[in-house]
Ligand binder design. Structure first.
Ligand SMILES: Cc1cc2nc3c(=O)[nH]c(=O)nc-3n(C[C@H](O)[C@H](O)[C@H](O)COP(=O)(O)OP(=O)(O)OC[C@H]3O[C@@H](n4cnc5c(N)ncnc54)[C@H](O)[C@@H]3O)c2cc1C
Length: 135
């Protein structure tokens, strides 16, 4: 699920970069507005940090060292992040973001599933919280 979310975040960013450079409002591409550029910069930052942690989890898994709480952290973080990122990206599509013809709309609906399927966010927090006991 974490790998899927890291990929979905990167794809949502690609779609949004493409769209914001094509779509014009007030005589210029919406990618020219500071709000758009800053929002895309935030999403890029989150995508890179997310990918770095997920890649580290893959390495730990390959070495046999990925613990249940590491996996729960990956699942909780990436699924919650995906929902936030897709929501931010969809906003930049305006009304088209709500149309099924645009893949960002499908991504928005699909992202919501990830916080439930494979174990809910609340259960991930239960698993993580069990590690938080005094030494
Ligand atoms: C698209 C999709 C695909 C799925 N695919 C599969 C699959 O292939 N194989 C499979 O086995 N299952 C699958 N599931 C089921 C999925 O794993 C469960 O939906 C998920 O684990 C939540 O269980 P539940 O639906 O019974 O919700 P419930 O357990 O009824 O939870 C309802 C709410 O109560 C909260 N809650 C429950 N227990 C606690 C607790 N102890 N503390 C705090 N809050 C709690 C939950 O977080 C949630 O918010 C899929 C679900 C979806 C949506």
């Amino acid at each position: 699920m974490a790998i899927r979310c890291a990929s979905a975040i990167e794809r949502a960013l690609e779609w949004t970069v493409d769209y914001t450079h094509q779509r014009e409002a007030f005589g210029r591409p919406i990618a020219g507005f500071q709000n758009t550029r800053f929002k895309l910069a935030e999403v890029k930052t989150e995508a890179v940090v997310c990918r770095t942690f997920v890649d580290r989890c893959i390495e730990m898994h390959k070495d046999g060292g990925l613990t249940a709480d590491d996996a729960a952290i990956a699942k909780l973080y990436t699924t919650e992040l995906l929902c936030r990122v897709v929501d931010d990206c969809l906003q930049l599509f305006g009304g088209y973001g709500y149309m099924w013809e645009f893949p960002i709309a499908r991504a928005y609906a699909d992202a919501r599933m990830s916080r439930i399927a494979g174990g809910t966010s609340e259960i991930m927090k239960e698993i993580i919280s069990r590690t938080l006991t005094p030494e």
